[in-house]
Design a protein. Structure first.
Length: 318
């Protein structure tokens, strides 16, 4: 059995087993379409004055000499207690959450808009897909840059997250690596939640800004409602004034119905695996209930390392 290991670097100070005993536990949480966070508990031997909001932090996890950097970000909260100090914060999404922009985009794709907004915050791209093209799209400072990019990703049915290097991913799911877990070998626990489909259809209504011939036409050529539908029968209604042509309305309806009708999610807990990333898949084998086997898309990764429970990884999949 390999011994779990870690390295936490805050500013210029490093914390590692054998060199210090300040680290009590490390939690990191990565999720598609959600900010990625960390939470660390330190012993009160650490001077709280050395831990400041805005300090850079790097977290590496693994076994023995095989460490992988899994997180880069900043400290957002420092909470001294009687016997411990808790620090928490975000990865590069902090830059997107702390910036607001006023910008008008004409005939630009969702991917181009997301890339431009991220660059204004100092976040570079990793993988970008175009997605929906809007005749006109308004970004205003009533929402953060993060909220605007999140909305664009949901309209397109895209994944939105930052890599370990804090580069923007804005695209449809494309499997990178598959990690295999087998019952009786490397699965600690496993559960699946199944729900009934919420709606049979989605109707999307926007603001009329172009004719029914598509997004390339001039603005406000018709007073008819801009609308799109996916599915049959009655269902969910969406009204969004940023949708200004029928093509966009149809695409948003399709993406929304696909999202709300994902009827099965699962969580598998395994020995700590610092190699697994958002964008990966997991394959589960040899479960006694055959319906719990299969290949699934990783949605969320929660790493936890502590003196009491060792190093474990919880993977939520869809």
């Amino acid at each position: 059995m390999f011994k779990p290991n870690y390295k936490v670097k805050i500013g210029e100070t490093s914390y590692e087993p054998g060199q210090s005993n300040e680290i009590i536990s490390i939690d990191t949480d990565f999720e598609i379409n959600s900010p990625c966070t960390f939470d660390i508990i330190l012993a009160n031997g650490v001077n709280p004055a050395k831990l400041k909001r805005g300090d850079d932090i790097s977290i590496s996890l693994g076994y023995e000499n095989n460490l992988k950097e899994i997180f880069r970000g900043i400290i957002d909260t420092v909470e001294p207690d009687i016997s411990t100090i808790r620090i928490s914060g975000l990865n590069g999404t902090s830059k997107l959450l702390s910036n607001r922009v006023n910008q008008l985009y004409e005939k630009q794709s969702a991917g181009k808009i997301a890339e431009d907004l991220a660059s204004k915050c100092g976040v570079s791209k990793d993988a970008i897909e175009e997605g929906i093209t809007f005749p006109m799209y308004v970004v205003d400072n009533t929402k953060t840059v993060y909220e605007h990019i999140l909305k664009l990703s949901e309209m397109c049915g895209f994944d939105f997250y930052l890599t370990t290097e804090n580069k923007l991913v804005f695209r449809k799911y494309v499997k990178k690596t598959t990690h295999t877990y087998s019952y009786g070998k490397n699965i600690i626990s496993h559960k699946i939640t199944q729900t009934a489909p919420q709606h049979d259809s989605v109707d999307v209504y926007g603001e009329s800004s172009s004719s029914f011939k598509g997004s390339e036409t001039s603005h406000w050529l018709t007073k008819k409602n801009v609308a799109g539908k996916e599915g049959t029968g009655g269902g969910m209604f969406v009204h969004d004034l940023s949708i200004r042509d029928v093509d966009s309305a149809k695409n948003v309806a399709k993406a929304t119905l696909a999202k709300i009708n994902k009827t099965a999610t699962g969580i598998v807990k395994v020995p700590g695996n610092a190699d697994i990333k958002l964008g990966d898949a997991i394959k589960i084998e040899d479960m006694p209930q055959t319906g719990m086997n299969g290949e699934f898309r990783v949605k969320r990764i929660h790493h936890k390392l502590s003196k009491n429970s060792g190093f474990t990884t919880e993977i939520e999949y869809i």
